[in-house]
Design a binder for this molecule. Structure first.
Ligand code: MGD
Ligand code: MGD
Ligand code: MO
Length: 764
């Protein structure tokens, strides 16, 4: 085997490499012209919301925000390739299962509703009416609605998600496992406890005013490239950008903006991070507590010297609860503990604290590097503690910014995809729609898998996503799906979840966001989405649908609903025909959506009010509430170091993928080409283990539940990452993530704290 897969790294992220890669993807998608035309409409006031990520759109919406990975997401959907009934006739499901995620999705867009035929082990075409009738009959036949699981992936529009939850609640359950259970759940839980609202408090404009931006556990160069534009502008006007990431991510170091003609021609680039800290996996709470300790020490010194105060005493006194407890907890945490757990030195942490102290306005952003650990909720609360010290919330240029994943994952929650819905929402549904709403807490992703495995659940409906590949312990989840009486997947492209059919199984193909959705009068319908800054705006497709047999997600949900619960509460067809009617229902039942239809049609849409941004605290204490727990007893890294040859593994995304959708086999910014079975490891660890760069090993899960977990034949890539911490790609490594390991208070699989060891391959 060639070992030349570790390619030469170019100097900055973005730049010509990004442009080249876009052209390549547009060509590969088989639709360079329509793809390019489609891109011009992404994130435009009269176009569609980019299905790529949930970063906000600029106020000056007319300038086309270029983003390499947005191009890939759009081109992937706008492909000319088709997974037709002929394609399914030519392969048994067992054969298709042999394909990688990449090979499977390369077959293109689904064109017909398909039903699984067990006798031939093939999917055969079925009519929409027959599909709906059979789904309705099986759902009605279950002895309790709580025996069905209704999954949502975060691409569904507000309209689709609202209709879905309405259908499911009329049916009678709150079983809403949701991709956000695997994503930003901890941010919602932690922020609600600290500030009384589970969302970020900043607007895009705040990035223009911040003096310092802390970017923790996030790789925007790949996953939120448009954010780099905002970070770059901030860096250029002198804002400090402090990054906390175990891995040196190139997009956070230097970025060359493909939209800046002069920079492109001169080959220049802008430094992004002014300070780059590489904590150990799971060491962020310690790092943040260390910064708080330094801030409190600086305050004491300032007071002793009779100088001006460093803390925002007015904010602490008027707005905060439990500050003294927190101060005591910080005092009780030793520097030794902090250094050991974070892997950073006291000097580094004090330097980072100086960045904070010297900034009038601070924003903190974070993503999966913070949320997918055992101790994510307390880490997010620690971030809140730290930000409270100088009143960095609820004023311009300051606040919290958990950067969401899927383009509408935040909106889906807002409109009711929630297994633990607030009573006020259920009351509103009952009041406005007059049906008896289920009150019992439903299943999240983990409890749904448990119920599917033990037979409690007998039906799985997936509104988008790739449940089997996105979840932990891939083998067990395949088993869980195939044990169902009914599995239904509403999807745009074939994926592995479709290949684990229950006794009766359907794949229902839907329109993508880039495609025109016409109603019975031939008018183009728009849907709406909410970004990470709580801006709600419209999205209307412009491309011809991939097949004339496709229905919109809304129409598919309405079809299933009518066949399952009938038209007694609402007229499903009428709602599916005119989305304004769905929005009227949202307006009546979800706060913040007054004049929804009218405001949605404004160029930038509208902002959903955030109470904490106005310094109103919907917490039990009625205040911004400090949390004063001790540091975790042990992080995954500390635990791994105790055993011989054990490592803490995180699973992250390459530059050429969208979650379980693999666009290509390159990870340009990390210098890896043509290969995804890799493990990034510190060169000293590699030497100590006695292996060469490029050598293959089996990655062995070290979780004490008696289950053997092995990811075979992964190649070592020496990388700038702390000793003891290693990294590799999701979803290939999900076979190693144990179902039994999840975040405290969030139930999020700990896909960034997996204990592993390596086993040399037997000589051939
Ligand atoms: N192109 C593209 N865009 C996407 C996606 C995609 O797959 N492709 N996915 C979308 C979705 S659903 C989401 S949720 C987001 C994900 O966006 P990210 O959160 O940026 O995604 P990851 O690739 O998981 O990267 C996590 C980052 O956290 C770092 N990290 C890991 N562990 C730790 C830790 O313990 N501490 C710290 N400080 N850092 C750590 C990793 O090194 C990595 O840089 O992106 C969204 N946008
Ligand atoms: N080990 C590990 N596991 C993880 C993560 C990790 O970092 N590490 N990240 C987690 C995170 S943050 C997330 S959000 C989840 C993601 O979990 P999911 O949201 O379930 O997975 P995706 O890969 O985004 O789903 C891709 C599929 O969605 C379908 N699709 C695409 N567009 C549309 C559309 O417009 N409508 C419909 N109906 N279907 C569509 C396509 O068929 C495609 O195959 O994975 C989680 N799992
Ligand atoms: Mo996500």
């Amino acid at each position: 085997m060639a070992t030349g897969f570790i390619g030469k790294k170019s100097s900055a992220a973005g730049g010509w490499g990004a442009l080249k890669s876009c052209g390549k993807r547009l060509l590969e998608s088989g639709s360079p012209l329509s793809g390019a035309r489609t891109m011009l409409k992404a994130n435009q006031p009269d176009g569609f919301d980019c299905p790529g990520c949930a970063w906000g759109d600029p106020e000056h919406g007319s300038s086309f925000e270029f983003c390499e990975n947005g191009v890939k997401a759009v081109a992937w959907e706008a492909t000319e390739k088709r997974a037709t009934p002929e394609f399914f006739a030519a392969h048994t499901v067992a054969e298709l299962r042999q394909l990688t995620d990449y090979e499977l999705e390369l077959n293109g867009r689904l064109t017909h509703p398909m039903r699984y035929d067990g006798a031939s082990d093939r999917y055969l075409p079925v009519s929409w009416d027959d599909a709906f009738a059979e789904i309705g009959a099986i759902l009605q036949d279950l002895d309790s609605p709580n025996r069905a699981e209704f999954y949502t992936s975060g691409r569904a529009s507000n309209e689709a998600a609202y209709l879905y939850q309405l259908f499911v609640r009329i049916y009678g359950t709150n079983n809403f496992p949701d991709c956000s259970n695997m994503c930003h759940e901890a941010s919602g839980v932690g922020l609600r406890q600290s500030i009384g609202v589970g969302k970020g408090t900043v607007l895009l404009e705040d990035f223009e005013e911040a003096d310092a931006i802390f970017v923790v556990g996030q790789n925007p160069g790949t996953n939120h490239p448009r954010m780099l534009g905002d970070l770059r502008r901030a860096a250029m006007r002198g804002a400090r950008i402090a990054v906390f990431n175990p891995v040196r991510e190139r997009g956070l170091e230097r970025f060359s903006d493909p939209q800046d003609k002069i920079e492109m021609i001169r080959g220049g680039s802008q430094n992004i991070a002014s300070h780059y800290y590489q904590p150990r996996l799971g060491g962020d709470m310690a790092a943040v507590r260390g910064m708080s300790k330094a801030v409190l020490a600086a305050e004491d010194a300032a007071v002793a010297a009779g100088g001006p105060s460093i803390l925002d005493h007015v904010f602490l006194a008027e707005h905060c609860a439990d500050f003294e407890d927190y101060r005591a907890a910080v005092d009780a945490t030793s520097w030794e503990e902090i250094e050991d757990q974070s892997g950073l030195t006291r000097a580094q942490i004090e330097e980072a604290a100086d960045v904070y102290i010297n900034a009038e306005r601070v924003i903190c952003t974070w993503a999966m590097g913070v949320t997918q650990h055992l101790h994510s909720v307390v880490t997010i609360r620690e971030i809140a503690n730290f930000m409270f010290l100088r009143g960095n919330v609820g004023r311009p240029g300051a606040g919290f910014c958990p950067v969401r994943g899927h383009s509408n994952v935040q909106g889906d929650r807002t409109v009711g995809i929630n297994e633990k819905p607030p009573a006020s929402f259920l009351d509103a549904l009952e009041r406005e729609l007059g049906f008896e709403v289920p009150r019992e807490e439903g299943h999240n992703v983990l409890s749904a898998i448990g119920a599917m495995l033990d037979g409690t659940a007998q039906a799985f409906i997936g509104l988008g996503g790739n449940f089997a590949r996105a979840t932990p312990d891939s083998a067990l989840v395949s088993k869980a799906l195939s044990r169902q009486r009914l599995t239904v997947h509403i999807a745009t492209k074939p994926n592995h979840s479709h290949l684990m059919p229950g006794a009766t199984s359907f794949i229902l193909p839907c329109l993508g966001r880039t495609e025109i959705d016409l109603n019975s009068k031939g008018q183009s319908r728009i849907v709406s989405v909410e970004d990470s800054m709580s801006m709600v705006h419209g999205s209307g497709g412009i491309n011809r649908p991939a097949s004339r047999h496709l229905l919109s997600e809304v129409a598919i949900i309405a079809g299933m609903a009518a066949a399952t619960v009938g038209n007694g509460v609402v007229d499903w067809n009428a709602l599916a025909d005119d989305y304004d009617r769905i929005r009227d229902l949202i307006e009546k039942t979800v706060p913040g959506f007054e004049d929804y239809n009218e405001r949605l049609r404004k160029p930038r849409g509208f902002h959903l009010r955030n109470s904490a941004a106005h310094r109103e605290w919907n917490t039990p204490a009625g205040k911004a509430t400090f949390a004063s727990g001790a540091l975790p007893e042990e992080t995954v890294h500390q635990k791994a170091r105790k055993g011989d040859g054990r490592f803490a593994l995180q699973t992250f995304r390459s530059h050429d993928q969208y979650n379980t959708t693999v666009y290509g086999l390159d990870d340009r910014y990390r210098g890896v080409y043509g290969e995804r079975q890799v493990i990034f490891i510190n060169p000293a660890d590699l030497r100590e283990f006695g292996a060469e760069a490029g050598e293959r090993v089996d990655v062995v899960g070290e979780y004490n539940d008696g289950i053997e977990r092995i990811a075979p034949a992964f190649r070592f890539v020496p990388y700038d990452i702390p000793r003891g911490s290693v990294a590799g790609y999701y979803p290939e490594l999900n076979v190693l993530v144990p179902l039994g390991s999840f975040g405290e208070g969030s139930d999020t699989p700990t896909s960034k704290s997996i204990m592993v060891s390596f086993r040399k391959l037997e000589a051939a």
